[in-house]
Design a protein around this ligand. Structure first.
Ligand SMILES: [Zn+2]
Ligand SMILES: [Zn+2]
Length: 182
């Protein structure tokens, strides 16, 4: 059987020495493939199914390897960017968790303050209700001072002495106004 050599277009006897490209399967004369008789014999001694690539396929393969190397490089860069993004997301998640915790704490504190304010309001209302029942000014003040002491003990926030003085003065003033009114 004969086929045309892909280099010189002359016939090649396929049952005689020739080279066949392992990639494109094209047939060449050994001399057209730049394979010496010695090289041909050495190649055939090693393996009957020798791998040999024509010049065009060698160039294509080399270019494919270069492209593959480029793709691998880009993949490595993408992976590195993704890892960096993962780290940033983790940092943000931690920040959000810490903020949520802090908001919860503030909410709890606000609830305690609201509860204290409510009990103070109840006590002041009680005090105002009891004022007209006091038989003397001294008795009225003694009862008020007891109430203020109770409030200071019940509320977690310490009442400063000057606050108590101011409150007593205010109550005194209210009482005077109350006496004038009756
Ligand atoms: Zn040829
Ligand atoms: Zn080839």
């Amino acid at each position: 059987m004969t086929v045309d050599c892909s280099k010189c277009d002359s016939p090649v006897e396929t049952d005689r020495k020739h080279m066949s490209c392992s990639t494109c399967q094209l047939i060449f004369h050994t001399h057209c493939a730049y394979v010496s008789n010695l090289k041909y014999d050495v190649l055939n001694e090693r393996d009957s199914n020798i791998f040999w690539f024509c010049h065009a396929c060698k160039i294509t393969t080399k270019s494919m390897f270069n492209q593959l190397a480029q793709v691998l490089l880009e993949l490595a860069e993408i992976k590195s960017e993704r890892d960096q993004q993962k780290n940033e997301i983790a940092t943000l998640s931690n920040l959000v968790r810490a903020l949520t915790k802090r908001i919860k704490m503030i909410e709890d504190e606000t609830q305690v303050y609201a509860s204290n304010l409510e009990s103070t309001h109840t006590m002041v209302t009680d005090m105002l209700a009891e004022l007209p029942q006091a038989t003397s000014i001294e008795e009225g003040f003694a009862s008020l001072e007891d109430r203020i002491d109770q409030m200071s003990q019940q509320n977690s926030v310490d009442t400063k002495p000057c606050d108590i003085e101011q409150r007593v003065l205010q109550i005194e003033k209210n009482y005077e106004e109350f006496e004038v009114a009756i």
